[in-house]
Ligand binder design. Structure first.
Ligand SMILES: Cc1cc2nc3c(=O)[nH]c(=O)nc-3n(C[C@H](O)[C@H](O)[C@H](O)COP(=O)(O)OP(=O)(O)OC[C@H]3O[C@@H](n4cnc5c(N)ncnc54)[C@H](O)[C@@H]3O)c2cc1C
Length: 423
C-alpha cells in the first residue's frame, strides 16, 4: 500500500522591529511553536540598545558601549533575521514591503517598531544651541553629548522639559532631575545650580497618588516644578522655553524629552495607524483594530498604558498566546490588564517603585506581595532592583523567559487599596 504523504503546513509569522518587544516576542513564539512556524524578524539596524541605561550615561554612571549588543545574537536559533527598513504594510494583501525591494508575505504580523523621537516638530528645538545648550538623553548620541555638557556645567539654570505626551518611560525625566540633584551635590556645586522640571501635565505625574509622592520628592530636593506648560518654542540662542500661551522659562542648559510619534511607514500602510502613527489595538488581546492577522506589542501600540519595557514584557505572554491561537483558529486570550512596573531612581543610591494597571493607579504597599519591595517609597532595595534589571533584560526578558515571582497580571496582594464606602 502506498503511504499517503502528509503535507505539513508552515505558517509564516513576520515581526517588524527587533527591539525589546520584537525580540522577546520572536523568542517566545519560537519556544512555544517549535518548527511549525517560520519566524522572520526585520530591523533596520543591528545594534540593540538597552534604553533604560541611557538615563545613567549623562552622569557617568554607565558606559555607552556596555548598553549595546548585536540584535541577531539575541534571537534563538531557527529565527530568520532580515536587516532592512520597512517601507509599508499592505494589510489587505498581508504583505510587508521593505525599502530594499524584499516582499514578505505573512499569516500573522507582529508590529514591534516602537516610537520615534521627532524633535524637529518643536520650533527651534534642533536649531541654535542643539547639542550645545539644548540636549536630550532619549537616544544614544544625545545621552553621550549630554554627558560632556553636564561635565562642563559649573552653575546656572538647568531645565528638564517634557514637550508633550505620550513618551517612553514617563518617569525617566523625573529620574533625570533626581539624579542631577545628586550629581551636582557630589560635585559640590548644588547651591550654584537651579533645577526646574517643566511639564505639560497639571502635576508632577499622571496618577494622583504617585503625583503627590513625586511632587513631595521634587520639593524635598529643592527642584522647582512648573506645570501646564505646553512648549511651543525652544529658543536656544536666547536660553528660553516659550509656551503656546506666552509663558517663558529661562535656562542655561535645557534637557528636552522631544515629541514622540509612531514610525513613518505606519502612515504609508492603509488603515494601520492613528494620526500619530501608533497602531490601535484591543487593549486586552493586543490584536490590531486594522485586521485580525495583525498584533501589536510595545511602544508602537496606541493603548492606554505606559510606553515601557516592563509593559512590553508583560504584553509578550498574551501576544505570543494570541498569535498562536489566531493561527490555530482558536478564541483569543483577553488577559492583558495594562500591567506596568517602573523603578524610579531618586538619587543617592535609592529608588522608588510603582506598579499599576489599566484600572489601578500606583499605590503604596509592597511588590509583588505583602513582603517585597516597598512601593512609592525610596529605598536602597529598589535601587538595587533597578540596577539588576539590566541583567534580567538581557538574560531573562529578551530570551522570552518568565521572571520568577513576577506575574504578567498586576498583583493585588501587598497593595494598600483605598477604603471605599461600600467596604
Ligand atoms: C531614556 C529611556 C529610559 C527608559 N527607562 C525605562 C525603564 O526604566 N523601564 C522600562 O520599563 N522602560 C524604560 N524605557 C522604555 C523602554 O526602553 C521601551 O518602552 C521599550 O524598549 C519598548 O520596546 P519596543 O520593542 O516597543 O521598541 P524598541 O525597543 O524601541 O524597538 C523598536 C525597533 O523597531 C525598529 N524599527 C523602527 N522602525 C523601523 C522600520 N521602519 N524598519 C525596520 N525597523 C524599524 C527599531 O530599529 C527598533 O529596533 C526607557 C526608554 C528611554 C528612552
Amino acid at each position: 500500500m502506498r503511504r499517503q504523504k502528509t503535507e505539513r503546513v508552515t505558517k509564516r509569522i513576520v515581526i517588524l522591529g527587533s527591539g525589546t518587544g520584537g525580540t522577546l516576542a520572536a523568542n517566545r513564539l519560537r519556544r512555544a511553536s517549535g518548527e511549525q512556524v517560520k519566524i522572520t524578524v526585520v530591523d533596520r539596524d543591528d545594534d540593540h540598545v538597552y534604553q533604560p541605561g541611557l538615563l545613567f550615561v549623562p552622569f557617568g554612571l554607565a558606559a555607552p558601549e556596555d548598553l549595546v549588543r548585536s540584535r541577531p545574537r539575541q534571537l534563538r536559533r531557527g529565527i530568520e533575521y532580515h536587516r532592512g527598513d520597512v517601507d509599508r504594510v499592505d494589510p489587505d494583501a498581508a504583505r510587508v514591503y521593505l525599502r530594499d525591494g524584499t516582499v514578505l508575505a505573512y499569516d500573522a504580523l507582529v508590529v514591534a517598531t516602537g516610537a520615534r523621537l521627532v524633535p524637529e516638530e518643536t520650533e527651534g528645538l534642533t536649531g541654535a544651541g542643539w547639542r550645545d545648550t539644548v540636549h536630550t538623553f532619549y537616544d544614544y548620541d544625545g545621552a553621550m553629548a549630554l554627558e560632556a555638557a553636564l561635565d562642563g556645567f559649573t552653575g546656572g539654570r538647568l531645565v528638564v522639559n517634557v514637550v508633550d505626551l505620550p513618551i517612553k518611560c514617563p518617569v525617566a525625566p523625573l529620574e533625570f532631575c533626581f539624579l542631577a540633584d545628586w550629581y551636582f551635590t557630589e560635585r559640590g556645586i548644588r547651591d550654584r545650580v537651579r533645577l526646574t522640571y517643566v511639564t505639560p501635565l497639571d502635576a508632577a505625574f499622571t496618577k494622583p497618588v504617585a503625583a503627590a509622592a513625586l511632587a513631595g520628592l521634587l520639593a524635598e530636593k529643592g527642584i522647582e516644578l512648573v506645570t501646564e506648560f505646553n512648549t511651543g518654542e525652544v529658543d536656544g540662542a536666547g536660553g528660553r522655553l516659550v509656551s503656546y500661551d506666552g509663558r517663558e522659562v529661562p535656562f542655561d542648559l535645557a534637557v528636552l524629552v522631544p515629541l514622540h510619534s509612531g514610525q513613518s511607514y505606519v502612515d504609508r500602510s492603509p488603515g494601520l495607524g492613528d494620526e500619530l502613527g501608533f497602531v490601535p489595538a484591543d487593549p486586552h488581546t493586543l490584536q490590531a483594530k486594522a485586521r485580525p492577522d495583525i498584533f501589536v506589542i510595545g511602544d508602537a501600540a496606541a493603548l492606554p498604558t505606559s510606553k515601557a519595557g516592563s509593559v512590553t514584557h508583560f504584553e509578550g505572554t498574551v501576544l505570543t498566546r494570541n498569535v498562536l491561537r489566531y493561527l490555530a483558529g482558536r478564541p483569543l486570550d483577553t488577559g492583558f490588564d495594562g500591567h506596568t512596573n517602573c523603578f524610579i531612581e531618586s538619587g543617592f543610591r535609592k529608588a522608588m517603585l510603582i506598579d499599576f494597571d489599566y484600572d489601578t493607579e500606583p499605590l503604596t504597599g509592597h511588590f509583588p506581595a505583602a513582603v517585597g519591595l516597598p512601593l512609592l517609597k525610596e529605598s536602597r532595595l529598589n535601587h538595587w532592583g533597578k540596577l539588576m534589571f539590566s541583567w534580567l533584560y538581557w538574560h531573562s526578558l529578551l530570551p522570552g523567559r518568565d521572571i520568577p515571582g513576577i506575574s504578567t497580571r498586576m498583583p493585588r496582594a501587598g497593595k494598600h487599596f483605598p477604603v471605599t464606602a461600600d467596604h
